[in-house]
Design a binder for this molecule. Sequence first.
Ligand SMILES: Cc1cc2nc3c(=O)[nH]c(=O)nc-3n(C[C@H](O)[C@H](O)[C@H](O)COP(=O)(O)OP(=O)(O)OC[C@H]3O[C@@H](n4cnc5c(N)ncnc54)[C@H](O)[C@@H]3O)c2cc1C
Length: 413
Amino acid sequence: MKVIVIGAGAAGLMAAGHAAAAGAEVTVLEKNDVPGKKLLITGKGRCNITNTAELQEFIKQIPGNGQFLYSALNQFDNNNLIRFFNGLGLSTKVERGGRVFPVSDRSRDVVDTLVNFCLAHGVEFIYSAPVEEILTENGHVAGVRLKNGREYEGGAVILATGGSSYPATGSTGEGYRMAEKLGHTVTALKPALVPLETAEEWVRDLQGLSLKNVEATAYSQDRKIAGDFGEMLFTHFGVSGPIILTISRSIAGPLEKGREVSITIDLKPALSPEQLDSRVQRDFAKFAKKQFCNSLNDLFPRSLIPVMVSLSGIPGDKPVHQVTREERQRLVSLTKSLTVTVTKLRPLNEAIVTSGGISVKEINPRTMESKIVKGLYPAGEVVDVDGFTGGFNLQAAFSMGYVAGTSAANRQV
Ligand SMILES: Cc1cc2nc3c(=O)[nH]c(=O)nc-3n(C[C@H](O)[C@H](O)[C@H](O)COP(=O)(O)OP(=O)(O)OC[C@H]3O[C@@H](n4cnc5c(N)ncnc54)[C@H](O)[C@@H]3O)c2cc1C
């Protein structure tokens, strides 16, 4: 009796390799004609495989049911993952915020390492094999049926079909439907880590502008709901980039309830308003003979200057030495709190991860086995678990995959 793995993504590959290493006969069925399509685009093609955060902090960075992962992380945590990859010849490095990447900066190397690990343990891969249904007999999995009607028998099935975002990578949410059909509850699917649409026209003028070391704070009806420091990006529809994706998770709820949500960007978070005012005064002294619009080159990126001039309400052609104290302070407060109004989240298919999925209440956290169907092991994004950016989502998928693979093998061998 085989272990069948549906999906050759992060969770599926990790599960398949470990199930085979533990002695099981394993077949991976992948709908694409290649493995790891989503893995290849992670971390902008560099694949942020995990994070060095300690266990408690790690769980905190997984706001979507992080607690459920205690057992999986105890069995296979970030240190195990790093050792696993290093042991297979993939060197890793740690970057800002504890983010771990392959030294080669190539996600392709991560996929190849996982696939080679599987092949070395005799895993069989069948590509262009979209699974339509999981077959059961008396409450126990019996195998799967492909869309073309072909059936594969198996005593354990690892369901690692991913979420519903970036469907071109193969993650089209089919696993949710298969699980539901077997009696599982699938909690509401929502975009998590998603770009935001904003109301202000001037945002469009900034499209393509990326800002580093800024602080974004989200407010819902004047109450602070989230904040992050780092990099963000202006786009043709609004805002994106790591810190926006992170705070987007907290914005979804209030937006859904029809509450007003805004994001305030502090362009100079390292300076207090007083320090920034002194800095502006120094710049004004340096550019004393210029017009106001030509005095901001040291303070802002070029494309941001016309927007800041316009929003400050200070005439751009005003000689710098005539700018009043009150006008200067307006510029300072604008720099500390450039505000955009969020109108909506971008759709689920543009989200980095899907929040919601197969209810964690229906999965045994120690084995990843379904409490509803014996021999079924949901793992990865198809489960109702989601984390922030920084390597937390891949580690979650790898840990769940490891546990599902080893438990499924123990059942079969
Ligand atoms: C642009 C982007 C960048 C990201 N960067 C990072 C990052 O740097 N670090 C990080 O931690 N997370 C990152 N993530 C999130 C991370 O990619 C996912 O959380 C992770 O891939 C989930 O792994 P998974 O195995 O559950 O699903 P996936 O990796 O999506 O794999 C699912 C697989 O199942 C296959 N499949 C689906 N349905 C069927 C079917 N019916 N039959 C057969 N096969 C099927 C799919 O084709 C796919 O290959 C990123 C996501 C995106 C979109």
